[in-house]
Write a protein of this length. Sequence first.
Length: 142
Amino acid sequence: MNRRNFITFFGVGWIASSLPVALAACSSEKSSSQTTSKDWQPVGTTGELDKTGQLLAKNSPIGPVLVVGTSKTSHLNAVDPTCPHQGCTVEWQSDAKTFLCPCHGSEFAIDGKLKKGPAKEPLKIYAAKVEGNSVLVMSHNS
Ligand code: FES
């Protein structure tokens, strides 16, 4: 084997031996990101939720989330509190059982449905649950 053949042989061998590792790295990255988007994400603790009956996590892994309820509530409600009108953060009014936008007065029901404009779209909603001391949410469309 001359020098050129040796380099060619070595080069091909190196690529062939590296390929499965490179493929495995790519596929594990892909599957872990898919798993992450489908997983329940912790957004806070039951202690934080129970203090006021709501929990705002502005920087959760799936974006801003506002959870309404307590750890004793059988069904927690969770929405993306970003107003679909112009992007202000809506606030939960427990007396009126309404999400109210402080910017232009849009109102949304606890399930995110639009009650009053100027917004024209509902709030995006999430599934929410308590597990141990953690409040978890999951995007419906992931
Ligand atoms: S930004 Fe919410 S009503 Fe305008």
